[in-house]
Design a protein around this ligand. Structure first.
Ligand SMILES: [Zn+2]
Length: 279
């Protein structure tokens, strides 16, 4: 993997951040390999934070969280410091939103998912001046800036969040903080300086950079987007394919080393490309 030390001179602070909406699968394992590798090879200041992304209160379940933590420990991935949970950080998110609101950067939105459809949000409620209420979402105004960043694996990137996604939903009509909002606040407040995630999330990097800047983050984190595990060159590996769940493989008698080796080989990585340094 690319060496983050070339870009981050102090120790790498990164995070492993699963959502407790299912069990750990090989895709998570590949992400964990990259995350721990980046932190452990970055010298004494390297840290991995463990964050449970349970911002979606309807889909998150404590039994999934318990299973995620247990499987992670079984695999040998130990995080630094306490586990944080997005469900316990609502006040922080609210304070951040208050700050944006006080600068005129937010507005209430009454659109449902059905109203908006698949494309970017067109800004229907931007100038409606709706009074905020529990039943309305809250959006952050995105500017026309072009966001540029140098991905540690994919190289220089250029994105236009205002065209790609439009004004960003911070809190939805059911009172849930959105993934994008919570993750940007958390990465900033937790001093995360390297975000390691699958390349299916590449497109959301620009909006995260812009939101971070609007919130007041002065130095953005670096990004490393890794490959996704594939069933074939065009098909993503999914849970429904079977044989991808860490629990299932454990039940079949696989060792932690074998599970990690499986994730590495499915990604097409050799030991030379990714020397595994486990804690
Ligand atoms: Zn709207």
């Amino acid at each position: 993997m690319p060496n983050p030390r070339s870009r981050i001179t102090e120790g790498v602070v990164t995070r492993f951040a699963p959502a407790p909406t299912g069990y750990l699968h090989l895709g998570h394992v590949l992400n964990a390999i990259y995350v721990w590798e980046a932190a452990r090879t970055s010298g004494p200041g390297g840290r991995v934070l463990l964050r449970i992304e349970d911002h979606d209160r309807a889909r998150s379940r404590p039994e999934f969280e318990a299973a995620l933590l247990e499987d992670l420990a079984w695999l040998g991935f130990a995080a630094d410091g306490e586990v944080t949970r997005q469900s316990e950080r609502g006040q922080l998110y609210a304070r951040m939103l208050d700050d944006l609101r006080s600068r005129g950067l937010t507005y209430a939105c009454e659109c449902s998912r059905g109203d908006i459809g698949a494309g970017p949000y067109s800004g229907t409620c931007r100038d409606k001046h709706l009074a905020e209420s529990e039943a309305l979402g809250i959006r952050v105004r995105m500017g026309p800036a072009i966001e540029r960043f140098d991905d540690l694996r994919l190289g220089p990137q250029e994105q236009r969040p205002s065209e790609q996604c439009g004004d960003l939903l911070a809190r939805d009509r059911h009172g849930n903080w959105t993934y994008q909002f919570a993750v940007v606040v958390d990465d900033w407040l937790q001093d995360v300086n390297l975000v390691v995630r699958g390349e299916d999330l590449l497109d959301s990097t620009g909006r995260q950079l812009q939101l971070g800047r609007l919130l007041g983050r002065q130095r953005p984190p670096a990004f490393l987007h890794h490959e996704l595990l594939m069933k074939s060159p065009t098909q993503k590996l999914s849970k429904s394919d079977g044989d991808t769940g860490v629990r299932d493989l454990r039940a079949k008698g696989w060792s932690a080393e074998a599970v990690i080796a499986r994730a590495t080989s499915l990604a097409g990585l050799s030991r030379d490309q990714l020397s595994l340094k486990r804690v």
